[in-house]
Ligand binder design. Sequence first.
Ligand SMILES: Cc1ncc(COP(=O)(O)O)c(C=O)c1O
Length: 326
Amino acid sequence: MFKSSHLGNLYLYSLGRYALDVIFSLINVTKGQSILLPRLICREVVDCIKEFGAQPVYYDVTRRNLMPEISESNYSSAKAVILVNYFGFPQDLSQYSTYKNNSSVVLIEDNAHGYLSRDVRGEYLGARADYGIFSPRKTLTIPNGAMLYIRQKDRVNLPRQPECTPAILTYKQSLKKLLRKRNSWGNLVLGGILLTKRLLWMFRFPKNNSGSGLSPLRIPINPWSGLKETLENLDEEGESSRRRALYIHFEQELVGIGYEKVFEKLPTFCVPYGFPFYSDDSQIGPAAAIARKQGLGVMKWPDLPDSPEGELPLYYRQLYLINFQV
Ligand SMILES: Cc1ncc(COP(=O)(O)O)c(C=O)c1O
């Protein structure tokens, strides 16, 4: 996608949450305004909204296909609506375009999970709404890298492109890259690391709810200096085929032993982040073992905000992903 005609409308950052911050500045989000977003979301997105003093207003998504359940009245009173292409699977934006004709709401396509993915008409996800965010750092092993897409540049103040700065892979990223060169020793060590990580996660210290709840931004906004070149030189077709083939493989294997997949089918042109499925924490072992055979790991998503409003549907807490990042 980086090679396409969209290029002039893209700005580079280190993390997707910065791209969201920039959108909120450009559209003048102010204290008390409401931002509509799914309750199935990671804390970083909610933190961005709170940083601006705005009010997150949540909608739910369905168990099958993670489709938004938004009422038109909610929609039209919001300053902006965030729609998420979960795991690179396209949301159908058509109904929102219809609502939009009757209001000044800003539509933001959160495509942090879906770099390279397109909808069935062949349109790149993240470039279909007023603004889009991307986080290719999630799917490619790079030190950092995210993007902001602005659909109609002539109508808004434009952001300043932050200077690119050198960065290196963290030790964790380098280790993973090394170990994922597939051989049985590598897989064994990687399995040990993932298991330790999982145990640490299970016994992590209780979260401190007394503060603002905002997670610290640990790295500066500046994108990695190698980002543009890496994206320009990426074998997009090869990477897309690799991900689609892995999805089909894991779909067969996991559904075959009784796991429930999240999406009914893999749409044409969809380039998945990984294979999403539901599992109880206690039942994750066989899936993790199958992923390990391909040198891949299993992760739980999302890291939900500390105090989401109301009772969350149970399946929000049972969502797992075989991560195809290598
Ligand atoms: C759906 C979604 N949107 C936005 C973000 C923010 O992206 P980043 O971690 O690159 O800041 C994340 C992950 O944290 C995410 O999962």
